[in-house]
Design a protein around this ligand. Structure first.
Ligand code: SF4
Length: 281
């Protein structure tokens, strides 16, 4: 059996930084994370066992003893920082620098009067956070149809940003629509290359294997996206959260197995999957 592991599998730079920030501050309790630090149940459980509490709302936070609040890589809106500090808590900011850059763009361009267009999933925490940096009401869209429907003042420049994990091709098509309509567009390239690289490598790998394993949390949107991209190339693609999910899968001695993992999958889980697959030989 041949096992091929994608070089880009696992934590990206931003997630790695956020997780390290929590472990580096583990002795500074009370310590909270604003939302789960990553979409990985095993890591979140480990942190909970070490006394780190996940906060799901600001209302919940103010009922708790004063302490430090870690902002995860997705980032939050400006009003969340204000609320935390005004209520006597301290912020430790682990927002990914690539997301921080979008906050700055949206803040600067909304201040000079551009109409802000955010391309991405309106329910994703990253998009909710980005909205919170615009000084005017931004428009959130996620398809060419949404862009066609928008009827905005043609004399006001647009500033367009994308969710860091948005599909590059789809983003270009959306921008093309605004240009064709005659808007002056400040186009911002905000798609993170880590995601692009991981997806391209996964597609390439899944084309040449018999079975493809995509390791990551069942709720992680980037893992689900990765799974779908691989499934389009290789019918035998499986989304694996822990090695228990591998129990029903058989691996033939002559098979080539590909392995990749989402941005929130720790290396030890990837390693466990690799070891398990190799042990079935
Ligand atoms: S995917 Fe990119 S933008 Fe998102 S946390 Fe990772 S490095 Fe940052």
């Amino acid at each position: 059996m041949k096992v091929l592991v994608a070089k880009s599998a696992g934590f990206c730079f931003g997630v790695d930084k956020a997780v390290k920030t929590v472990y580096d501050n583990i002795d500074n309790k009370p310590l909270y994370t604003y939302g789960p630090i990553i979409h990985n149940n095993q890591v979140v459980k480990d942190l909970e066992d070490k006394g780190i509490k996940v906060i799901n709302s600001l209302e919940e936070l103010i009922t708790l003893p004063k302490g430090k609040v870690i902002i995860r890589s997705h980032g939050v809106g400006q009003q969340v920082y204000n609320y935390i500090t005004e209520n006597g808590f301290e912020v430790i900011d682990a927002t990914c620098p690539f997301v921080k850059k979008i906050h700055r763009i949206v803040n600067d361009y909304s201040k000079i009067g551009d109409t802000i267009i955010i391309v991405g999933n309106p329910n994703h925490p990253e998009i909710i956070g980005i909205q919170g940096w615009s000084t005017s009401k931004p428009f959130i869209i996620q398809s060419k149809e949404d862009a066609e429907k928008l009827n905005l003042d043609i004399n006001t420049p647009l500033c367009v940003v994308a969710q860091t994990t948005f599909n590059n091709l789809k983003y270009k098509e959306i921008i093309e629509i605004f240009l064709k309509k005659g808007y002056y567009v400040n186009i911002k390239d905000t798609i993170c290359s880590a995601t692009k690289k991981r997806q391209e490598e996964a597609i390439h790998l899944s084309k040449k294997v018999d079975k493809m394993l995509v390791v990551g949390g069942k709720h992680s949107s980037n893992t689900k996206k990765l799974y779908q991209l691989c499934k389009n190339q290789c019918d035998n693609t499986y989304h694996i959260e822990t090695i228990e999910d591998l129990e029903l899968l058989g691996f033939g001695n002559n098979e080539t197995i590909g392995i990749t993992a989402g941005a929130s999958t720790p290396m030890n889980i990837i390693q466990e999957v690799i070891t398990h697959v190799r042990s079935t030989e």
